[in-house]
Design a protein around this ligand. Structure first.
Ligand SMILES: CSCCC(=O)C(=O)COP(=O)(O)O
Ligand SMILES: [Zn+2]
Length: 212
């Protein structure tokens, strides 16, 4: 590994650690769920590397074994006994399609409920809520649809639906009764998008209840 890549890896691990601690404090990693990743190094769109959380860890704890580096196929690029997140292939596909710099995945009650509530339409509609602007969509009374894809136990089976449904305007995708993947050009933007999605899902859920 070059000195530059080593420095970038360490920087990514430090940044991801801060995000991980913040999300854990918000209760966004129940039962070891969730995973985080950040692009590392200056590769090509086809051949890239990213730091990702190790699978099955208590994401509220901070240890020297929280992250590892993988390539664009999700394979570790250095010798390690750590296993990358079970959902690494979804990260690979989102990086490949969007060219983003960071991807954060969490499970919450609100994102899980809305993903089931709107499963028949395969998208959660959000209408005219100010926080849509967090996605850099500035239209008056903008209406967006957040895509929902199937949640199979076999992760590779989920990837083709992600490929098909990912909407370049919307920096997030829901897995049915599972959770959200949100991304951005860097960790700051990915976090901003994730916070906005979670706010909007709670809004949509509460609005549904009020309408009944
Ligand atoms: C314990 S939750 C089931 C797995 C999951 O959905 C998740 O987000 C965490 O998996 P990982 O392999 O990244 O720890
Ligand atoms: Zn998950």
């Amino acid at each position: 590994m070059t000195t530059l890549l080593l420095e970038e890896k360490q920087r990514a691990y430090r940044e991801l650690s801060i995000v991980k601690a913040d999300f854990a404090a918000r209760g966004w990693f129940p039962g070891t769920s969730g995973n985080l990743s950040m692009r590392v190094g200056d590769y090509s769109p086809e051949a890239f590397a990213f730091a990702v959380t190790a699978s099955g860890k208590d994401k509220a704890a901070s240890t020297p074994e929280d992250f590892l580096l993988v390539d664009q196929t999700g394979q570790p690029i250095e010798a390690t006994k750590l296993k990358p997140s079970a959902e690494t292939l979804i990260h690979c596909e989102i990086y490949r399609q969007t060219g983003c710099g960071a991807i954060f995945h969490i499970h919450s009650v609100f994102n899980s409920i809305v993903s089931e509530l709107f499963w028949e339409r395969r998208a959660v509609p959000v209408e005219g809520v100010e926080l849509i602007k967090a996605f850099n969509i500035w239209d008056e009374e903008a209406v967006i649809d957040v895509p929902i894809v199937s949640n199979f136990a076999d992760i590779p089976s989920i990837v083709p639906e992600v490929t098909e449904r990912l909407d370049k305007r919307i920096p997030g995708i829901l897995l049915r009764k599972h959770g959200i993947y949100a991304w951005g050009r860097d960790a700051f933007e990915a976090r901003k998008h994730l916070e906005a999605f979670e706010f909007l899902f709670e809004y949509v859920y509460r609005m549904q209840l009020l309408k009944r």
